[in-house]
Design a protein around this ligand. Structure first.
Ligand code: NAD
Length: 266
């Protein structure tokens, strides 16, 4: 399967190049960066520290996709939407790990997924996806007697808050408790904001240094507390998850899929 990677010089880009090179059945045929990026024209393998590959980083995704079956995209919602348009025009598949989509942007992704197979997941690690499953079970067992708070930590360059993973954790718990996440998520407490609402799900964000990503969901009861935590020590497992998603997509019909589908957890 021929793979192109967009955002090749980004924090995830280099890891994605490595993961594609390591995955049996995948071949890197293209890599792109934003127009004007200093690494345009440089060999993607050299940029990723993987040795020369003969694949130069380009700023022309349309041209790159003519020779690829699937695009891996870890960028930002506006960029992902324009990449989806190019993939849909050419009938190519896409695996996107971008986060921070508004409901309107998510609706546009769903539209494109009517034309091509799309995997969109805020977190591609097996561990985090196992956590989603554990959270659902925990919420069902613990019910409304436990207050739920989600706390996430990331590096100081992260653009979206809370993280897409934290939001998905909140949504999983809200769904299991029969609540509407958009109505019960509380992102901000300051001043005399009153007692905690019984049904709210607190969403707290910490930013600093080079933290790859840490998430803890607290189920806080009277006299006891359960914490379900995931700590990412490197970005490699996100990249390996994306490579796995590419291989999984090979025989899929158009539609919007996530990592729970890829891992057989849905
Ligand atoms: P980053 O800023 O280091 O990398 C993004 C890269 O995209 C940059 O190199 C940038 O120049 C490039 N880019 C921007 N516009 C472009 C365009 N039009 N064409 C080509 N390239 C373009 O960011 P990052 O830390 O690698 O994170 C990227 C995204 O991946 C974020 O949304 C982040 O939240 C998400 N992420 C998801 C997972 C997951 O498992 N799903 C894991 C880690 C990060």
């Amino acid at each position: 399967m021929k793979v192109a990677i967009v955002g090749a010089a980004g924090r995830m880009g280099g890891r994605l190049i490595q993961a594609v090179l390591e995955a049996e059945g995948l071949e890197l045929t293209g890599a792109t960066e934003r127009p004007g990026h200093p690494q345009i024209g440089i060999d993607a393998g050299l940029a990723a520290g993987a040795g020369e590959l003969g694949v130069k980083i380009s700023d022309n995704l349309s041209a790159v996709m003519t020779d690829a079956d699937v695009l891996i995209d870890f960028t930002f919602p506006e960029v992902t939407l324009s990449n989806l348009k190019i993939c849909a025009q050419q009938g190519k598949m896409i695996v996107s790990g971008s986060t921070g989509f508004t409901p309107e942007q998510k609706a546009l992704v769903e539209k494109y997924a009517e034309q091509i197979p799309v995997v969109l997941a805020p977190n591609m690690s097996v561990g985090v996806n196992a956590c989603f499953k554990l959270l659902k079970e925990a919420a069902k067992i613990l019910g409304d007697d436990f207050d739920v708070e989600v706390v996430e930590l990331h590096h100081n360059k992260k653009k979206d808050s809370p993280s897409g993973t934290a939001v998905r954790m909140g949504e999983v718990v809200a769904d299991a408790l029969g609540r509407d996440y958009t109505q019960v998520a509380n992102y901000h407490r300051e001043g005399m904001c009153g007692e905690r609402r019984k049904d709210e799900i607190g969403m707290q964000t910490v930013r600093g240094g080079d933290i790859v990503g840490e998430h803890t969901v607290y189920f806080i009861g009277m006299g006891e507390r359960i914490e379900i935590s995931h700590r990412a020590m490197s970005r490699n497992m996100f990249a390996r998850g994306a490579a796995r998603a590419c291989l999984w997509l090979e025989d899929k019909s158009p539609g919007l899929y996530d990592m729970q589908d890829v891992l057989g957890l849905s």
